[in-house]
Design a protein around this ligand. Structure first.
Ligand SMILES: NC(=O)c1ccc[n+]([C@@H]2O[C@H](COP(=O)([O-])OP(=O)(O)OC[C@H]3O[C@@H](n4cnc5c(N)ncnc54)[C@H](O)[C@@H]3O)[C@@H](O)[C@H]2O)c1
Length: 342
């Protein structure tokens, strides 16, 4: 869509107050989606078990917030009845180490909770549901996709999830296909590349990229033992939000479930990231030692994603490269600091 037409569409939506139910809208990816929805002229109705609005401080006044859990179906249905959203973006889930540690909780939040959203959609007449899956559903990708060849991974690559988090995502995709076919819903799942963005700081031990970026921004020393030669295809949280809005703008396809890879399409090594951070933040004392697999998760989890299908079918266009993502990340951290102190 041309920029002028896009602006007019955003304006028209704002006047009509088109609403979208967004679960998990206070979280790391969800907060970016909240911001992108507001920028597109829509009003997010955030449904979240949490109450901390720090990550959406800049747009909170342009969102409705309903506190509730995914297992509280009457409350979700009530939110749909009250706000009449045109679509559901389902971003609430258990993530990180908690999934392995509390499998029962993860099963209920991530698989039963996702199924609950499909149920609510069909019972309440909301035709479109979009939810995040993960690159982890591929498991360890075939050798030709790994270092040093990095042939892009298409959606047709076999799904062999190895960890519980990814197994639940895979099952949620299967459930989505069933609901789409059975009840005529339009359901889209996004297999996001290795994600990063503000709000993930607490998880930076498991995902050291965040520690690296935030240390550079704060000009604090950060040294990684290894990984300088490891390339990966990252997905900035702003890009995930960009994809979510593209899915809403795409024509409705009743009865179809589609899964799309979403990432920047830019392969970048940890060594190149350190160099870029040094250029952006002169004087910063950071380094990465030689080698691969700096997350110690196995070489098959680092690969380039082919997001051509999302580009063709829903008009997804990557907006961020690594450099612009870091600058956006830093600007948001600054904004949150300023708003937190006022
Ligand atoms: N961040 C990543 O690296 C990444 C990558 C791929 C996919 N995803 C997926 O994106 C989604 C969002 O991830 P995130 O990183 O923003 O997580 P997050 O933990 O930052 O945010 C999740 C939000 O969901 C809410 N929530 C959790 N359980 C809930 C429940 N039972 N009921 C109601 N609200 C609940 C939390 O309060 C939180 O605000 C998840 O589905 C995740 O699996 C994340």
């Amino acid at each position: 869509m041309a920029q002028g037409t896009q602006d007019m569409a955003a304006c028209a939506r704002e006047n009509l107050q088109e609403k979208v139910l967004l679960t998990g809208g206070l979280g790391m990816l969800g907060s970016h989606v909240s911001r992108a929805l507001v920028a597109s002229g829509r009003r997010p109705v955030i449904y979240d078990a949490g109450t901390d609005t720090t990550l959406i401080a800049d747009v909170a006044s342009r969102c409705d917030i309903v506190q509730g859990s995914l297992d509280d179906l009457p409350r979700i249905m009530n939110a749909i009845k009250d706000h009449k959203p045109t679509a559901i973006l389902h971003f609430a889930a258990q993530v990180g180490a908690a999934v392995d540690k509390f499998p029962w909780t993860a099963l209920h939040a991530n698989l039963v909770g996702t199924t609950a959203m499909f149920e609510c959609a069909r019972l309440m007449g909301v035709e479109r549901v979009v939810f995040p899956s993960s690159k982890m559903v591929y498991g360890h990708v075939a050798q030709r996709h790994q270092h040093p060849r990095y042939e892009p991974v298409p959606e047709e690559h076999p799904l062999q999830p190895l960890i519980l988090y990814a197994k639940l995502k895979r099952a949620a995709e299967d459930m989505a296909a069933h609901y789409a076919q059975m009840y005529g819903l339009d359901i889209v799942a996004f297999r996001f590349g290795s994600s990063f963005g503000p709000g993930k700081t607490g998880r930076s031990k498991a995902i050291p990229l965040m520690g690296l970026i935030e240390s550079a921004i704060a000009r604090q020393p950060f040294h990684m033992e290894c990984g300088a030669e490891q390339f990966d295809d990252y997905c900035y949280s702003g890009e995930a939000a960009n994809a979510a809005v593209a899915a809403l703008d795409a024509p409705l396809q009743r009865g179809k479930f589609r899964a799309y890879n979403i990432a920047s399409g830019e392969l970048i090594s940890l060594g190149q990231i350190v160099a870029l951070l040094k250029e952006l933040y002169p004087g910063w004392n950071g380094s990465a030692g030689p080698g691969l697999d700096y997350r110690k998760i196995g070489p098959g989890y680092y690969f380039k994603m082919d997001s051509g299908k999302a580009q063709q079918e829903i008009g997804f266009r990557p907006r961020f490269n690594f450099r612009s993502a870091v600058l956006d990340y830093a600007a948001l951290l600054e904004l949150q600091k300023v708003q937190g102190s006022t």
